[in-house]
Design a protein around this ligand. Structure first.
Ligand SMILES: NC(=O)c1ccc[n+]([C@@H]2O[C@H](COP(=O)([O-])OP(=O)(O)OC[C@H]3O[C@@H](n4cnc5c(N)ncnc54)[C@H](OP(=O)(O)O)[C@@H]3O)[C@@H](O)[C@H]2O)c1
Length: 343
């Protein structure tokens, strides 16, 4: 894909999402990273702090967030925590009014103020700007993303759940809700070490957390209802003993007999990053790729839809690049279309 380089900045570039953006963007045919912020590592070479990138960013040093704002660019990724993105977005667009922005946090996903206050909370001085953001699940919102200036990139659990259930919602088959049990790897909590990601405790464990209380639940409901669902999901997030990936099990009881596997095959036939499988999807085939693999098992009106994705790629940074590709009129798959591995 020829054409001039498109300069992009990453805020929060030393976090897991930022690192993944750096990894994926080094092979992108058009986007060029011109600034990467990290408060902890400002002034240091990116390759020194992130040895996995040795040889790919010989001239790039981390800057402070403020210094990154001084670098001219056409787009900014906000790979920053919720609570930070909401004010950083405003600073970015004040300094770079023409820039497109993809926010990886939850600050601009929920449209309802009361829901935002309940599930995220804190001061949101720019909540009215939510109406200027488009929800970045391209599989259900492609045309809106194409013309968007600002995109709210979906949450990782939300991506797996929505790709499982959106085809049913669109067909009016989600009348009585769904139960979604989803297990994430430890990278879902970000790069900072926490008790729940400490290896000796996590490596032999499997547990549920924030059951019916996870902040991605209203995001899933919001999008499914926009697509036609008449009921809500019950989300059961779980912590798994692996570092990357989310495996989702969605249970739905249908009112009428419908062949859901056939529905998935038809619905996703033209989607470049959703692969419908006969057997269960597996994390090892999607990890480090932008694919989400999907399958359905059905017994009468009971349906289980399974999805597997990499939380840092399709659940985060790969999906953010997929969105920015569309926002710049590029091939949606640019820089993202490569296979997984079996081990
Ligand atoms: N991890 C996942 O699976 C996942 C998936 C989807 C979405 N997300 C969302 O994506 C965002 C990034 O997640 P992550 O996992 O990459 O988190 P992370 O590893 O904790 O990285 C976030 C980075 O933001 C920077 N930061 C923190 N406060 C800042 C501030 N006030 N100003 C500027 N930079 C600041 C930090 O870098 P310095 O301290 O070096 O400045 C940190 O490395 C979050 O909103 C998260 O909820 C995460």
């Amino acid at each position: 894909m020829s054409g001039a380089a498109i300069p992009v900045t990453i805020q929060g570039a030393a976090g897991y999402g930022g690192q993944e953006l750096l990894r994926l963007l080094q092979a992108h045919p058009r986007f060029r990273v011109v600034a990467a912020s990290s408060r902890r590592h400002a002034g240091k070479p990116v390759e020194q702090i992130l040895p996995q990138l040795t040889g790919f960013y010989p001239d790039l040093n981390f800057t402070t967030p403020e210094q990154a704002l001084e670098v001219e660019c056409a787009a900014v990724f906000l790979a920053t925590p919720h609570g930070v993105s909401r004010t950083l977005w405003h600073t970015v667009v004040s300094r770079l009014p023409e820039a497109r922005v993809v926010d990886l946090s939850g600050d601009f996903r929920l449209r309802d103020r009361a829901a935002f206050d309940r599930w995220y909370g804190g001061e949101h001085p720019h909540f009215e700007a939510v109406s200027e953001f488009r929800y970045g699940l391209t599989e259900t919102n492609r045309e809106a993303v194409r013309s968007a200036r600002y995109v709210a990139n979906p949450g990782c659990f939300a991506t797996g759940a929505l790709l499982a259930l959106a085809p049913l919602a669109e067909r009016g088959l989600l009348k009585h809700g769904a139960t979604v049990v989803a297990t994430t790897g430890s990278s879902g909590s970000g790069a900072e070490a926490k008790a729940t990601t400490h290896h000796p405790e996590r490596a032999q464990d499997h547990r549920a957390y924030k059951v019916l209380r996870h902040q991605h639940q209203p995001e899933i409901d919001q999008e499914l209802q926009r697509l036609g669902a008449q009921a809500r999901v019950a989300l059961v997030p779980q912590s798994g003993a692996f570092s990357r990936g989310i495996f989702t099990v969605a249970h739905v009881e249908l009112e009428e007999q419908t062949d859901v596997a056939a529905l998935l095959r038809t619905r996703y036939a033209d989607e470049p990053f959703v692969r419908v499988r006969e057997q269960s999807p597996a994390l090892r085939y999607v990890v480090r790729t932008n694919f989400c693999d999907v399958s359905a098992v059905q017994e009468g009106r009971d349906v289980i839809v399974l999805t597997a994705l990499d939380n840092l790629v399709k659940g985060m940074s790969g999906q953010a690049i997929q969105n920015l590709n569309l926002m710049f009129g590029l091939e949606e798959t640019a820089g993202l279309h490569h296979p997984g591995a079996s081990v």
